[in-house]
Design a protein around this ligand. Structure first.
Ligand SMILES: [Fe+2]
Length: 171
């Protein structure tokens, strides 16, 4: 007997906003994580995160897409962890930030450069990770293509100590 393929039953968000084509392009590449096919079928509200009200943060966030799946603001509520999907459009840069939570990004599709503390930017491809301990400055940028990742925040999930410093002078 053939087993049925189980599909997630997460309800579509009330006002879904589709992923821009630049993300679909990298999610259909051969090196993308296979979960990308399922993600493209989900009706999420893809929008920049609203972690800070700092005007520079908002200005530099327009290239980002984000869905909090699990967390204080997530589709599923949790005060123990934030888990979600995060990406950036091509040719964009989101500068140095620090926050109390420990964080890990696992790349699903596309290419992205991550900068950790004072180290130079380093490219990350699908399957690679970038780990950011609590309060460690980090930054990210893209070039010709977008990237999409899954991220997790754990520890202190508050955004009270979130600081955005802008584009780094030493790249
Ligand atoms: Fe972060």
């Amino acid at each position: 007997m053939r087993s049925k393929v189980l599909r997630p039953t997460l309800k579509p968000q009330s006002c879904p906003t589709p992923l821009p084509q630049s993300f679909i392009n990298v999610m259909e590449r051969a090196d993308a994580n296979p979960i990308c096919k399922l993600i493209t079928e989900m009706q999420f509200h893809w929008a920049p995160p609203e972690t800070s009200s700092d005007p520079l943060y908002i200005k530099h966030s327009i290239s980002k897409v984000h869905v909090e799946l699990l967390g204080p603001n997530g589709l599923v509520k949790s005060d123990r962890v934030r888990l979600g999907l995060y990406g950036m459009k091509p040719d964009s840069e989101y500068g140095i930030r620090t926050h109390a939570a420990e964080e890990i990004y696992i790349m699903l599709a596309g290419d992205v450069d991550w900068k950790r503390r004072d180290a130079p930017y380093a490219i990350h491809l699908p399957g690679e990770r970038s780990y950011h301990p609590s309060m460690m400055p980090h930054a990210s940028r893209t070039h010709e293509v977008a990237f999409l990742s899954v991220y997790a925040w754990y520890g202190d999930l508050s955004t009270d100590n979130y600081v955005y410093e802008g584009i780094p002078s030493n790249k």
